[in-house]
Design a protein around this ligand. Sequence first.
Ligand SMILES: C[S@@+](CC[C@H](N)C(=O)[O-])C[C@H]1O[C@@H](n2cnc3c(N)ncnc32)[C@H](O)[C@@H]1O
Length: 292
Amino acid sequence: MKDKDVDRNTPQMNAGEGGTAFGPSAQDGNCTEEIKGSTAAIFGWIGGKRLLRDRIGEFVPEQDKPLKSREIKYFVEVFGGVAWMLLSKPRWFEYEIYNDANGELVNLFNVMKYHPRELWKEFRLMPDSEAMFEHFKTNKPITDVQRAAACYIKYAHSFSARGDTYAFKPNSMTVLQRKIIALARRLNKVSITNESYEQIIRRYNRPNVFLYLDPPYYGCEDLYDVTITPDDHEKLRDLLRGFSGKWALSYNDHPAIRELYRDFRIETISTRYSALGIEKGKQVDELLVLNY
Ligand SMILES: C[S@@+](CC[C@H](N)C(=O)[O-])C[C@H]1O[C@@H](n2cnc3c(N)ncnc32)[C@H](O)[C@@H]1O
């Protein structure tokens, strides 16, 4: 199994047991290796931006200027999910913040950043079987590393990453190890937070901040374990109206969203599935609302 995204930014390494395969890692503070290209997310996520990340990335301001001379200093991914946008470049702005309201997902990000070796060791003890999937439905893991591994099993091995029904997926332990290493490196300088969008938007309300927002789709708010209510769409619009930095907001193409954001620039973003299979060539469309 070959994972192109990971291959591009993961050096040659010994994929054997123990810590050595991990080399200098983020939490050692001596991770000097330059990261290139994009990093693959740990697993797929419902509404994840894997296919649209490059098109959306074309709208992020100041990417043609050197990092230090950009007016924008902060990239904040407000509804982070598995962070396809954040991970699609080695660095967007000088400071980067990943946020999601789902505490289990955020714990997984923290453990990938600070304890990648321990996470890997945990996986080596866990068969990714249906029995393990069912086990975590009733037995709560105790340590943060166990919680992170359980979170992986729950979402990576369920239909549409919904976490409720087991779905068999071919799994390569080598690819998983390389993904964790690449993610630990990429997250090295990323701040990870677990808050609701209101707090994050209020906290970063400054002219030198860029927000990327990918809320649950309009009319599909119940797809996530932690989510928003239908009223939140209007609340979000009001908060964004008063935001002093720049923002880009992804949504499904729904008349209610076009109406809510009628005073803003709205782009239709499309891509086509490129993988082999019956869906190859199928078009995916979304809205991108911008305040610039
Ligand atoms: C469409 S997904 C984001 C997908 C992400 N862009 C990606 O590519 O993986 C929406 C995310 O919003 C998160 N979320 C739900 N309610 C939230 C809230 N009130 N504040 C922040 N995040 C929230 C969900 O946990 C979910 O991960």
